[in-house]
Design a protein around this ligand. Structure first.
Ligand code: 5GP
Length: 207
């Protein structure tokens, strides 16, 4: 089991509706050592990709992207979510349905922050149905730039995002891939592993 799978087992909690809560180290409180480890692992996996920019989406992708930007010495851009103001002339705009908030969001990046010469690594905390990743891919394409890969901390393999992106030919690296999880029994099975019980050491930080 790798360091992130261990951390999820130690501190994660499965919520009804197929949601993994890891608020005490990634989605609310930030465990900088774990995030640094995630960033270093992604840098290793994308060695040779010639990336020159990292693109993520607010909010939880930013911590990983920042640390990865530092490690790779490249600029980091985050796409904003919400309703775009009246004029969209100065922005690349796409759309993504939010799995956690159950609503459609505009996703946008101001034009000066992406260029046709950019080789972009897309980074996010979770990959579920691939809505966020596809919106970011769309934005990179609108800018005439290239997607060199997609780096994810936690992929929910039981949802279609990962399979779709791989079929589309993208270089996708996910550090922890969840095959199944169960809110009633608080068990989780990672790809290539036996099912295991979550220990919930981090529940004190979860309200
Ligand atoms: P997708 O766009 O791939 O359908 O969903 C990915 C986005 O939804 C991520 O940016 C993440 O914020 C959120 N998300 C999806 N599933 C989960 C989950 O199980 N737990 C948490 N904390 N966020 C999730």
């Amino acid at each position: 089991m790798n360091f992130l799978e261990e951390k999820i087992l130690s501190d994660g909690i499965v919520k009804p509706g197929n949601i993994l809560k890891i608020d005490n180290f990634l989605n609310h409180q930030l465990d900088i050592e774990i995030i640094r480890h995630i960033a270093y692992e992604l840098r290793l996996r994308f060695e040779g990709s010639k990336l020159n920019k990292i693109l993520t989406i607010e909010a939880s992708g930013i911590a990983i992207a920042t640390m990865l930007g530092l490690a790779c010495e490249v600029p980091v851009v985050f796409a904003k979510k919400g309703q775009t103001a009246n004029s969209t002339d100065d922005k690349y705009v796409s759309h993504a349905y939010s799995f956690t908030h159950k609503r459609m969001n505009d996703v946008f990046v101001s034009k000066p922050y992406l260029h046709p010469t950019d080789k972009v690594l897309i980074v996010d905390d979770f990959l579920a149905d691939g809505q966020a990743a596809h919106a970011l891919i769309d934005i990179v394409k609108q800018a005439g730039a290239e997607v060199v890969g997609i780096g994810i901390a936690v992929e929910k393999g039981q949802q279609k995002g990962g399979d779709t992106l791989r079929k589309e030919g993208y270089w996708l690296e996910s550090i922890a891939i969840i095959e199944e999880m169960d809110a009633d029994t608080q068990t989780i099975r990672f790809r290539g592993q036996e099912p295991a019980h979550l220990r919930q050491n981090g529940t004190a930080e979860l309200s």
